[in-house]
Design a protein around this ligand. Sequence first.
Ligand code: XIL
Length: 294
Amino acid sequence: TGLTTRFYAKGKKFWGTCADPGTLGKSGNVAVIQSTFGQVTPENSMKWDATEPNRGSFNFGNADQLVNWAVSNGKLIRGHTLVWHSQLPGWVSSINDKTTLTSVINNHITNVAGRFKGKLYGWSECLTEQGGLRDSVFSRVLGESFVTVAFTQARSVDPNAVLYINDYNLDSNNAKTQGMVALIKRVNANSQLIDGVGTQMHLEANGAGGALAALQLLASAPVKEVAITELDIKSASANDYTTVLKACLQVEKCQAITSWGVADPDSWRSGNTPLLFDGQYKPKAAYNALIQAL
Ligand code: XIL
């Protein structure tokens, strides 16, 4: 049986992958997702540049296709992403007053989260910081309050969605992971807005050694769950992959893993061959090692 079934048997929620209409057009890829993975994250189709390229004009063609495919194939969906500094249209980046930006964020979330209400396991909101806030139009104009603005709006639009904050370089007990925990504590001090925290885990070879410490530290934040949201590992050594799996199995709050793609040629890091399947959609040694470890 596939990865997600075995992972589920260990008390976890799912092992998923990213997808989008492009990769869903490849039959070998689709067959692997159907048999192996339990969840999909839209790789690009729900990002701001795809969904609201011009102010107030929404485009859901690719996102609808992804969601319809997932629903008809019984896969859970993690939304990605409502508010993020990257893949953000210029018209948003150039806003410089609080009132306009707040209403633009709220309107974006109303339309995007509203469109897929009830169909999504959760939204991952990407905020980036190195112990502090990453420079973006959001942090420049609104300061840290943009996190509260976005989560408050997402909660009111889709009250049952599990709301995640999600970031990269949360791969060990480092300043950024500590900063993330501190941020969640501040935001959640008055109301439980952030339900979960995601570590993307785009790892280098031999880079999995800090995974357990990172998951333990993230689990100490006032959240219900933790997830690995975009896993890929340069060269995909079996040992690195099983180290990440064992770390998640050891941390009760670590509820889910999503691979950032199925087969190496379709990866955003294709030169690094970081995924679990090769160009023929055959399982690699790392996949077989995960199945053994489960
Ligand atoms: C990447 C996609 O995989 C690429 O296709 C796209 O060109 C750039 O974005 N962190 C994230 C993901 O949160 O959305 C990014 O996905 C990878 C880094």
